[in-house]
Design a protein around this ligand. Structure first.
Ligand code: SF4
Length: 634
């Protein structure tokens, strides 16, 4: 096997495979530190600035170690990129015999059993959905992986997607007639046998939960787990360690009960009537709340709304359905599956209303046509550590934004990482010459009524200096929509607005269109890579503090204060610093990129905490004068 230096040096193995390869000392050092950590069995938390080349810097030592490896990254798209682009190069450079596999969540794989049911049930489908379904049928006989993304045309929110994929709830498992040919289980089996598996954080978190509960596993028991885009882990872990049940699951249950009656017990009239009554109570619960999506504190909502009247009515109607299912479940697999699910959901709601557990935050989410009853742990560190221990692996956490002023305290505290090595590699880009940070101090504070108009005026001026080529990033959808209207009327540059087309399509249009301006919220603050002149200006409207009204954040801040911490300085400011680093990180993606970052929230200069935020960013020249922005571009 080669050494790290033999792989990364100027004339090393990678240089023979990559055209225009340039040796990056930070990249080689990162690979060496990871290999050393892995050899010592010491976990490592490390930040690698944009342009370090961290993917290869962890893949090379991972494969050189000859141990079993899980690489977990942020999205399916990144998984595919790693598997199709970076991994083959590294395997070739090392002449490695390792077996590798990419594994996604079950909603990415065709469910043959449900496809059959979808074909039988296809009468009411629109022309478009019918033709999509026909394409799926054709493709299903030739695909080797069953990965629906191979087809391209089935979007995540497509109507037919849930009808041809499975969930943990509706999968029939070993009693499924298609079990031997099942893509979900075939892919999982292959992953368990592979030396290196590329997965995503959602899968890994789900696997952690499965292992702890003793219900099996999906991923192999690895010696090394690499968490790429690790800044996402605390938030995702919080979501995955939460429990949630909502009207969506209840309505799906009713729909499956109807199918079960049709297939297995056409004569049970009582169940049809009870389900209809139950369905009405579900809709009545949803009607307690308006149309707006929101996150609400459970206790306050229970005390102040009709939920306390409607939810008990729902349980009453639910009990009738449950009683009938209990006596009929033996008549078929589908009915039995419905009964098992119905029991679990009922118990969840019942205990949710009663619980006094202070370690978990009860909160309601109103999203679209549904309402969800959620329970989220106040502190995720202990659960994360317990679940991670199940793997007995060396963990590597890496991202371009984990540290605040070279300290990992905030990240490590959230995940309970106590005895880890830490390292920071700065970006090899020259921020002193490639960029400039414009902080206007003459704008009103964001909570002032005059802020919006002043922000729009300044944005128009900045866009004229850069001739478009810009991202304008917002901290809320409301601000995005308001600005979209104002800017569309005021500028002639082509505007792309989040929500008007799928994210990937917007990005591809932005890249191809000269002088384009893209307006986006959180999903454009990270994971977006636009090189060259196309993106020369990034404008941020406000400092990305999470909404103080959020019930989960409120509970966490209270908890933090009770522990004696300064909730604002030690929790909210570091969170904002990491988000800001991500947002600003969109601008410079290459040694030849040039551009200006703008933060229109004057608190970054006027408040004491502002210094911490500025210091967390790559060091770059700062100006308060818009003339300097003009000069930068001319
Ligand atoms: S085992 Fe589950 S996922 Fe596989 S085909 Fe059957 S129902 Fe679908």
């Amino acid at each position: 096997m080669k050494t790290v230096a033999e792989v990364f040096s100027d004339s090393g193995a990678l240089s023979e495979l990559i055209e225009g390869y340039q040796h990056r000392p930070e990249q080689q050092d990162m690979a060496e530190k990871i290999l050393s950590a892995v050899n010592q069995g010491q976990s490592l938390v490390c930040e690698a600035g944009t342009g370090t080349g961290k993917t290869m810097a962890y893949l090379v030592p991972a494969l050189l170690s000859r141990q079993k490896v899980i690489v977990s990254t942020g999205t399916r798209h990144l998984q595919d990129q790693l598997y199709q682009k970076d991994l083959p190069l590294v395997l070739e450079a090392l002449a490695s015999p390792a077996t590798t596999m990419v594994l996604k969540g079950r909603s990415n794989y065709l469910c043959l059993q449900r496809l059959d049911a979808a074909i039988n049930d296809s009468k009411g489908l629109s022309y478009q959905n019918m033709s999509d379904l026909q394409e799926v049928v054709q493709w299903s006989s030739s695909t080797k992986t069953g990965d629906i993304n191979e087809l391209g045309m089935i979007e995540d929110n497509s109507v037919i997607r849930p009808t041809i994929t499975s969930t943990t709830e509706n999968c029939l498992g070993q009693s499924c007639p298609e079990f031997d040919a099942c893509f979900v289980f075939k892919n999982r089996k292959k992953a368990l046998e592979s030396d290196l598996v590329i997965t995503n954080h959602h899968m890994l978190m789900a696997d952690m939960g499965l292992r702890e509960s003793g219900f099996g596993e999906v991923l192999p028991l690895a010696d090394i787990i690499i968490f790429d885009e690790a800044h996402q882990i605390p938030e995702l872990a919080s979501t995955y360690f939460s429990k949630s049940m909502g009207t969506r699951q209840l309505l799906e249950l009713i729909s499956d009960i109807k199918t079960a009656i049709r297939e297995e017990a056409k004569d049970i009239q009582g169940l049809i009537e009870a389900s209809a009554k139950f369905e009405k109570t579900i809709r009545d619960v949803r009607l307690v709340f308006g149309r707006r999506d929101q996150r609400l504190n459970w206790k306050e909502t229970w005390e102040k709304t009709n939920l306390s009247t409607e939810l008990p009515k729902l349980l009453e109607a639910y009990q009738v359905v449950l009683d009938i299912l209990e006596t009929t479940s033996e008549r078929g697999k589908l009915l039995d599956n419905c009964w098992q699910r119905a029991k679990a959901h009922y118990n969840y709601i019942d205990s949710y209303m009663e619980t006094k557990n202070e370690d978990s935050i009860r909160w309601l989410e109103i999203r679209g046509n549904h309402i969800y009853l959620n329970k989220t742990p106040v502190n995720i560190a202990e659960t994360f550590q317990q679940r991670l221990k199940e793997y007995d692996a060396t963990s590597i956490f890496t991202s371009a934004s984990l540290a605040i002023n070279n300290s990992f305290d905030h990240f490590n505290r959230q995940l309970g990482l106590e005895e880890c090595l830490t390292e920071v590699w700065s970006s090899p880009f020259n921020y002193q010459t490639q960029t400039c940070l414009y902080l206007p101090v003459d704008l009103p504070e964001p909570n002032q009524p005059t802020f919006f108009d002043a922000f729009i005026d300044r944005t128009i001026k900045l866009l004229s200096h850069s001739e478009g080529h810009a991202f304008v990033l917002f901290t809320s959808h409301a601000a995005l929509n308001k600005a979209a209207k104002a800017l569309s009327e005021a500028i002639d540059y082509p505007i792309f607005i989040q929500g008007r087309a799928p994210r990937s399509e917007l990005l591809s249009q932005f890249r191809q269109t000269k002088h384009a301006v893209l307006l986006g919220t959180s999903s454009f603050w990270e994971g977006v890579d636009v090189k060259g002149e196309a993106l020369s200006l990034v404008i941020i409207d406000k400092l990305p503090f999470a909404s103080p009204d959020d019930p989960v954040l409120q509970a966490r801040l209270n908890y933090f204060s009770k522990q004696g911490g300064n909730a604002f300085m030690d929790y909210q400011v570091p969170q904002a610093a990491i988000a800001l680093k991500q947002g600003i990180g969109r601008l410079i993606r290459d040694v030849n990129d040039r551009g200006v970052c703008v933060i229109c929230d004057k608190r970054i200069v006027s408040k004491a905490y502002g210094k911490r935020l500025i210091n967390a960013l790559p060091a770059m020249p700062i100006t308060h004068d818009i003339e300097d922005v003009y000069n930068f571009f001319h």
